[in-house]
Design a protein around this ligand. Structure first.
Ligand SMILES: Cc1cc2nc3c(=O)[nH]c(=O)nc-3n(C[C@H](O)[C@H](O)[C@H](O)COP(=O)(O)OP(=O)(O)OC[C@H]3O[C@@H](n4cnc5c(N)ncnc54)[C@H](O)[C@@H]3O)c2cc1C
Length: 389
């Protein structure tokens, strides 16, 4: 039985492990975190292209038991004017659009489905050293455990240790945006079924949705010249955000005022291009080779697409090198195009030049967004279909 060591149990890791296991591989997953915490993290968009992979994994019905369908995105100016309603999916198909889910819940669902298929997920195992030889791979973990396999799949995210072995020269760029977010309950704030809202605030970009039960999911993207110090406390970050968004339209200040959960600030990085996605018996997938800013809502979906494509190639191809080469050939241009698209969206979010810059941006946004509702130019982002596997 061929054996793949899968490093990382975010989105791509459990997905590729499940698909390979179904096809007769041994594909144990090694995750650095001590345990799965389904309440940890914020939330993310799973776009329709990612949802097609979830269908293949058999997890859609369960995931949707705790999801906010968001086929439409409403964009507001810093004065509270509705600028445009934009499809979160193929134009004109809001019912077949993306869904917003807590990141921890997506992981719980993917882990459980992988375990049901027979995958062993080992937590508390951080890859520390990789030895890739002609006959096989040896992974050494920080706790001293050693594991042997035929190939290694790096699904270990933007700071990937496997990518460092494959392409040590590749480094992630700071996007100039710092993300933060949390959950709140705001008295009398109505649910936003089918919709996520975005506000081009005076000094920072803000997004939110209101679940049927009244829970508000929100995030902010502030412009920064350098990544923030890691030491800021949740209270300090919230105080800064309340200040930054103080002059923005309702309900933004109210959401921040009513946030009582812990929040964190994290610098947003991207990997526009990585020169090699595989080397010898090692290959990397997802954020490890094409991390994108969250602006296009595509990070998890691209990682899931990669998982389906790599598994299909490994099952079909004659040997791992042919499979890795075919995987990279089929995925690279699409992934890099999405990362570039998200970078273009990042530029619209950034606040430059004080009041004059904000006034200029507010004047230009309606022009950019004028045909957004029916614009089919971005359908390519969502049209991808995973291979049969
Ligand atoms: C705040 C925020 C909002 C986001 N919003 C969106 C969104 O709206 N839409 C969207 O599609 N995406 C979004 N993303 C991005 C999305 O979460 C990722 O793009 C996606 O999960 C990528 O999947 P992955 O499997 O490649 O990597 P990850 O999900 O990052 O998983 C990597 C895993 O590897 C583990 N790991 C790392 N190093 C090691 C090691 N040495 N040994 C073992 N394990 C290791 C990590 O602990 C982690 O569990 C967002 C991200 C953030 C931070």
């Amino acid at each position: 039985m061929p054996k793949a060591l899968v490093i990382g149990a975010g989105s791509a890791g459990p997905a590729v492990a499940q698909l390979l296991t179904r096809h007769g591989w041994d594909a144990p997953v090694f995750e650095a975190r001590a345990a799965l915490d389904s309440a940890a993290g914020l939330f993310l968009n799973v776009a329709v292209n990612g949802r097609r992979v979830l269908d293949r994994l058999g997890v859609t019905t369960r995931l949707l038991t705790d999801a906010h369908p968001a086929g439409l995105m409403q964009m507001y100016s810093s004065r509270g004017r509705l600028l445009a309603t934009v499809p979160n999916g193929t134009a004109g198909e809001p019912d077949a659009g993306g869904v917003v889910v807590r990141r921890g819940w997506l992981q719980q669902v993917l882990w459980d489905a992988a375990a049901d298929a027979g995958v062993r997920i080992h937590t508390g195992r951080r890859l520390a050293q990789l030895d890739v030889e002609a006959e096989g791979v040896r992974a050494r973990f920080a706790d001293g455990h050693v594991e042997h396999g035929d190939i290694v799949i790096g699904a270990d995210g933007v700071g990937s240790a496997v990518r460092r072995w494959i392409a040590p020269e590749a480094a992630a760029d700071f996007t100039g945006l710092v993300g933060a977010g949390g959950f709140a309950r705001v008295p009398d704030l109505a649910p936003t079924p089918g919709i996520q809202r975005f506000v081009f605030g005076r000094r920072s970009f803000f997004g939110y949705l209101v679940r049927e039960d009244g829970t508000v999911y929100w995030f902010a993207n502030a412009t920064a010249s350098a990544p923030p110090a890691r030491s800021s406390s949740s209270i300090d970050i919230l105080a800064q955000l309340r200040e930054l968004h103080g002059g923005d339209p309702d309900p933004v200040p109210a959401i921040l005022a009513n946030t009582t959960t812990d929040i964190g600030a994290y610098p947003i990085f991207r990997l526009p291009t990585v020169p090699r996605w595989w080397r010898g018996r090692a290959v990397a997938v997802g954020d490890a080779v094409h991390a994108t800013s969250p602006s296009a809502g595509q990070g998890a979906s691209l990682a899931l697409e990669d998982a389906a494509e790599l598994a299909a190639q490994l099952v079909r191809a004659d040997g791992h090198e042919a499979a890795f080469a075919a995987f990279e050939a089929s995925r690279r241009s699409r992934a890099e195009r999405v990362v570039a698209y998200a970078a273009a969206l990042d530029r619209q979010k950034k606040v430059k030049g004080g009041r004059v810059g904000t006034a200029f941006r507010d004047a230009m946004l309606p022009l950019f967004l004028r045909n957004a509702t029916t614009d089919t130019r971005y359908d390519w982002v969502f049209d991808h279909r995973p291979p049969e596997i």
